[in-house]
Every structure is written in C-alpha cells, then in structure tokens.
Design a protein around this ligand. Structure first.
Ligand SMILES: [Zn+2]
Ligand SMILES: [Zn+2]
Length: 755
C-alpha cells in the first residue's frame, strides 16, 4: 500500500463527528437564549431560516441538525449566524445535532454559488449535496474484545482455552466475540466469561466498509514524449495545490486518459482526493478496467445505480477521506470531499453534462467552480473540445495541453462522404450501395462494422395511409415512436406508451399504418436481410437497460462475437473495439435539422467521435458518412480531418451573431395546463422585460415543443454581451412577477436545449 494511503488514514483523528471541525475562523457557538443560527433545509423552495440554539448545545456552521418546520422535523445544515429577522417569540429550537461530519465551508460556498448562478433556491441545490440522508445518522457499531488490564497473578490460573484466546489477541486487532472464539477454537461463552472476569475488555467499534485504495506510487505505463510532457505539466499543477483549469486536447486514441492518470497518481500519492466526471457512467466498464490496471484498485463509482447501502457507505467514506478517487456522473459534483486535490472532466464537450430538469446546471462549468473553491486544479479532456473551452483557452482563462496524433502510431480512420442524392439506397432501404459493399468486405475480412443512427425504435413516425395523419403523443407535441421489438408506441419525451392499434384514431381506417423513416430497429432488419449469417446486435438504451447488459454487450463486441453493431449515441462514447474497422453514419444530417445554436458543433463532435471508433489498435479503419449535403462545413471538416478549420469557421459565425461563447444566453420557459393562463403570465413578463442597451429579449414565442407532459409551453430568450451578467437582470425582471399556482417558470442560464 502506498505511503500516502497510510498517512491519509492517520488523518482521520476525529471519530466523534459532533466535535466541530475547524473550518476557517468561524467559532463554535454556545447556546444561550439569544443565540440563533440560520439553518438551510434541502427543500426545492428553501431559503435559510433562523432557529434558536438551545442551552447546552454547541453548533458550528456546516453542522447537520434536525429542526422543526411546520408539523414536520427535517435535517438541514447550519448555514451561518441568525439574521434576527424572526421575532424571538416565533423562534423555534434546533431539535438535534446529527453525528455526521459538518459540511465543509467550501461545499457550502459551492451550494450558494450554484444557487446564485442558476437562480435556483439554495435549498434546491443543497438537496443535491444531501442526497444520502441516512449517511447523517450514527454509523452502526459492533462490540469487539481486547485484553483487559493486567491482573497480577491471574495469568497463572488460566485454562488452556482462555490462554488461546489471549494469544489470539496478542498482536492482532480487537475482534468480535464470534470471530475471536472461532479463531481461538473455543466457544463464545468462554469469551463472554473472560470479559465478565475482567480478562477481556469489550469496546464499541464503528462498522465501516473499507474501500480498496488506488496506489498512487505504482509505476505507470511507458508514455510517448508528448504524453510525458503533458503529464509532467499536470503533475506540477497537482503539486501546487492551487486552482488552475487546463484543456487536455487530443484525437481519439492519443492517450489522454494515460496522461491524466499521471495527475491522478500524483494527487493520490499526496493523500488528496480526486473526482473524475464521465458523461455516461452506465458505460464505464472499459474505463474502470484501465483504471484498475493502472492503480491496482478500483475507484469508488457514484451513479444512480448504487444501492442505498453503497450510497451511504461511499458518501461517508468520501467525507472522512477514506476514498481517494471517485468516478461519477453529474451528481458526484456535490459529494462531501474532505480533501479534493484534482478534478477531471472527461469528454468535457458532452452535452449530457447539462442537466435540464430540476436544478438546471452544467456540471462541466460548475466543476470548474468547485475546483476553484477547493483550490484544486481541473483538467478538461476531449478530442473535440467545446467552443466554450476553446475560447477560454484563447482568452487565457484556461491553459491547454495538446497531444498530437494517435499514441502508438495508429492512424485516424479514413473518412469519406456518401452523397445520398447520387448514391441513394433502394426505395424503402437506408443503406447506400457503397456502404453495403464496405460492410460485405468487412465481414469477409472477419472484421466488425458499426452502423450509427441516433434514432431509437423502428421508425420515427407512423402515418395513416388513408388520412395522412401521424400518431402523436396525447401529452406532447411529438410523434409516437414505434418500438417493434417491444410491440409498443412510445413518446421519447414523456414516456407515454400505447400498444399498436389497427384502426386510425383520426379517420378510423383499419390496418393502414405505415412506418416512415428509419430507426435502429429498422436498420437491424435491413442488415439482417442483407447479411443473414452475420451476428447483429442493437446498442441502445432500449435494448440495454442496465449497466450489466451494456457491459456484457461491450464485452461481446470486444470478443468478436458481434459482426455488425447498430447503435445510437450510446455506442459513440469512449469504447475501444480493436477489430472494428468500418463505421457507417446512416444519416449525418439528422442532428443539423434542429437548427439550434450548437447543431453544427454537436454534429461535428459526435460524428468525429463515432468515426474515431474505427481502426484503433493498428488496423486501418474507414468511416462512411451518408449525407444529402456533402458540402456542408461539418461534412467537409470531417472528411479533411481539419478540426481546427471547422472550429475557426464556427467561432467566426458565433462572434458575428454575438452568440455563446461570445455572448450570454438565458432562457425562460413558462408552462401550464391552460394556454390562456400561460399567455397571461407571458404578457406580464413581456411588459416588464429588461430594456437597456446591449440586452435583447426574444419572445414570448410558442416553444418548438409546444406541449410537454400536458403542459403548454412558451419561451423567452435573453441575450447579452459576454461581459454582462444575466443573473441580476433576471432577478430584477422576475422579482415582481406573480405566478398562478398552475404556472411554472423555469430559468435556464446558458441553455443547451431550445425545444
Ligand atoms: Zn387515418
Ligand atoms: Zn409525450
């Protein structure tokens, strides 16, 4: 075990969490009648409220306490000194101080920061930092036995059995009765009798799950000179214990992971904690294996698939600095790290870091804030960095490290477009002759193909031939998508589903439905008809419902048990399939059609990543991109491999329109079951919209997704220059707006979705 690991364990000096942790200069307060503190509760509408500290109780900022609220009692966090705004006769007492380590000053500042930036109530943000209420309770304990104090001549009268018990404890740790008895080969009654006689002493020990510790001193793999230089730069930053943000940029296969692993090793060896954020935590079996190979132990994962016991143990261990590396999805950002020394955001461009429901925030951007508050370096890694990060580098806010080429001399796949206007598939089919030919060659060579289409189900639209109307979701402005294998029609926006009907609900015509357009299931049908002997599998969230299923599919692909993999975006992320030599993008124009701000950027990123799956491990790969618009700047950039040119063109367009990253946006989404009520609120909002130089308010307009889950939706878009903060504008705008109960107003600062 690394020396760093030992010293880290030794730092857990306090087993009595009620003892306040020294955190800056904030003094503990002794309860007197006048003493009040603000307590923040993890409620969606919560702000901090004053409570009285009863006499004889000590509380410090950050401590978890139980307080009454109305007729309930709730756990919250002491947020600071009382405001004095509550009349003394209305003040209520803190009911209980919970035996958990206090929330650090840094994490509390982070909660306040996220709340101020997103305009969400602090209680809504706190809820994410208190996601495991059971971790605040006293951990379970067990009785263990150790030798009692010496008893003069007593040792002479020991029976053989009793002597064996004492011998067992000679150099070892204290043990529970059953284990001790078993190891000494005696009955449990012997141990109990020895305890009664004072030969043994029973002590209470906290039960804790032990987490295997990654070894930061273990030798890493051989690095190329470019990798070694980048790694050394990151290690320096880790050692400086100061905030810095670095973009780690390199093509797929350039070895970014090995590089940031060196920084992870440096942090772990120094006894600091590391947080790695990944976009698709469901699919990290390969990443975890690489980590384990490098460090000899797995990191602690954090995602929605953990059991409540795993969550509780992991949460506590992170707070007590008994876990050194956490890999997780967005929510891991709010964990109670005791000594955070490095943050890594892998695939930093990935839009799944943006949470669009509840507290609307971008985990990549907030990770930078958390790192700054923790005085820790952050590494943002990507083969296709977001334009936001590119501009942050250009303007000197972030540092940059570039890894040229593929590690080990692998070449990027040769990319070419297939012009669907000239090389169209036969009617009712979706694979062009050139793609089919390439698939045949790949099969004959014993290699693997990935067909990429970011469309779940069988067909995106089901139309009635008799009346021409489509099947719509009754609650949303969206088509129902046929999932033929499950025999159901599904709304991908609200989850509504219904069995396929025979009669049209519009005109009553029977058996006149026709599927329009392809989904992955339909592609699988086409591939099976073309290559009846090939082993074909779907890789989508519908077919792979759990992490285990997804990992098993990845393993089958690695083992060569699949010839043709047909996948959605889920298949585009981070996998290494050594025998995959052909990637065909079935409809490259799909992502461009929405026409939102980032359509081109997103399409370029995902297609570049998908194509990057082909031909790793030394085999030449090729990527065929089916498009109706081969002259589009995205397609040309993909074929020429000139990412930087694409970035320049796209940035110039954003600059000309003063759009992010050169301007700032915030969206307001007003929704409710009754369209007239929603429109009334929108009218009031429009009348009070900020009017000043450099501020543009667009809307209200009917949202593209006009109906969602039965709620009618309208949108405003606020646009300001890069140097203007949107939060004060929004605050004064929304301050005076009264909302009827049925109407919801969602604020989305830095929106990524415009639906
Ligand atoms: Zn019809
Ligand atoms: Zn729906």
């Amino acid at each position: 075990m690394a020396s760093g690991t030992d010293s880290r364990v030794a730092t857990i000096s306090s087993d009595s969490p009620s003892e306040p942790q020294a955190e800056g200069a904030v003094p503990a307060r002794r309860g007197t009648v006048e003493n009040t503190v603000r307590v923040l509760l993890p409620l969606p509408l919560g702000d901090a409220y004053d409570y009285r500290v009863p006499e004889g109780i000590f509380v410090a900022p950050g401590q978890f306490v139980v307080v009454p609220l109305g007729k309930r009692v709730l756990a919250g966090v002491v947020w600071g000194e009382g405001t004095g705004e509550v009349a003394p006769e209305k003040l209520r007492d803190i009911a209980e101080v919970l035996p958990a380590l206090p929330m650090s000053d840094r994490l509390r500042r982070f909660v306040d920061w996220v709340s101020a930036y997103t305009l969400m109530p602090p209680g809504a943000v706190l809820r994410m930092a208190m996601s495991v209420p059971s971790a605040l309770e006293a951990p379970k304990t067990e009785l263990v036995y150790r030798p009692g104090p010496p008893q003069g001549d007593g040792a002479l009268k020991l029976t053989a059995a009793r002597r064996r018990v004492l011998d067992q404890l000679q150099d070892g740790p204290a043990l529970p009765a059953a284990e001790l008895a078993h190891m000494a080969g005696v009955g449990v009654s012997v141990v109990k009798a020895m305890a009664s006689a004072g030969l043994l002493e029973a002590v209470e020990r906290t039960l804790r799950r032990n987490f295997p510790q990654p070894d930061g001193d273990r030798e890493g793999p051989a690095l190329s000179p470019a990798q070694a230089a980048a790694a050394a730069a990151l290690v320096e930053k880790v050692k400086s214990h100061a905030f810095s943000a670095t973009l780690l940029d390199g093509v797929p296969g350039a070895g970014k992971t090995e590089v940031y692993f060196e920084a992870v090793a440096a942090a772990v060896a120094a006894g600091r904690q590391v947080l790695v954020l990944l976009p698709e935590i469901a699919l990290t079996a390969q990443w975890l294996k690489r980590f384990e190979d490098r460090f000899g132990a797995a990191p602690a994962p954090w995602h929605s698939g953990l059991t409540s016991l795993e969550r509780r143990e992991t949460w506590r261990a992170i707070a007590e600095n008994r876990v050194s590396v956490v890999v997780g999805a967005r929510s891991a950002l709010f964990l109670p790290f005791a000594a955070l020394g490095l943050v890594v955001v892998d695939e930093e461009h990935d839009q799944s870091f943006k949470q669009d429901e509840g507290v609307v925030y971008n985990a990549r951007d907030m990770a930078v804030v958390r790192a700054r508050l923790e005085s820790a370096p952050i590494v943002l890694a990507s083969a296709t960095p977001s334009l936001e990060s590119v501009v942050n580098v250009q303007q000197g806010r972030y540092g940059a490290l570039h890894l040229p080429g593929r590690h080990g001399g692998h070449r990027l796949a040769a990319m070419s477009t297939v012009d669907l206007r000239r090389e169209a598939p036969p009617r009712g089919h979706w694979l062009s002759p050139r793609v089919v030919k390439a698939m045949r060659e790949t099969l004959e060579a014993g290699e693997q193909t990935l067909l990429y289409l970011n469309r779940r189900g069988y067909a995106p639209i089901t139309l009635c031939r008799a009346c021409g109307k489509g099947l719509e979701c009754p609650q949303c402005s969206a088509w129902l998508v046929e999932h033929r294998f499950r025999r159901t029609l599904v709304c991908h926006h609200c989850g509504y589903s219904e069995p396929p009907a025979h009669a049209c609900r519009h005109c009553g015509a029977v058996d006149q439905f026709v599927a329009c357009g392809p989904g992955v299931e339909r592609l699988a049908e086409e591939a099976a008809a073309l290559f009846p002997d090939a082993r074909i599998e779907l890789f989508t969230s519908d077919t792979l419902m759990s992490r285990d299923q997804a990992n098993a599919a990845v393993a089958r692909m690695e083992e060569g048990e699949i010839d043709i993999l047909i996948g959605t975006q889920m298949a585009a992320k981070g996998h290494h399939f050594p025998n995959l030599t052909l990637v065909a993008v079935v409809d490259a124009d799909l992502g461009l059609n929405g026409g939102d701000l980032r359509a081109a950027e997103r399409t370029f990123q995902v297609l570049y990543q998908v194509a990057g799956r082909a031909g790793r491990d030394g085999r030449p790969g090729r990527a065929l991109i089916q498009t109706h618009d081969p002259d589009h700047v995205v397609m040309r950039a993909l074929v020429s491999g000139d990412r930087d040119h694409f970035v320049d063109v796209e940035l110039a367009a954003r600059a000309a329109a003063a759009m992010p990253p050169y301007g700032r946006l915030a969206a307001l989404i007003v929704s409710g079951p009754d369209p007239a009520t929603v429109d009334n609120v929108c009218g009031a909002l429009a009348r009070r919209a900020p009017q000043q130089e450099g501020v543009t308010v667009l809307g209200p307009s009917i949202a593209p997704m006009a109906l969602l889950r039965g709620r009618h939706r309208r949108r405003f878009l606020l646009k300001v220059g890069r140097d203007t903060a949107v939060q004060p504008l929004l605050r004064s705008w929304l301050d005076r707006i009264g909302l009827p109960n049925s109407v919801r107003l969602q604020v989305d600062v830095d929106p990524y979705s415009f639906l």
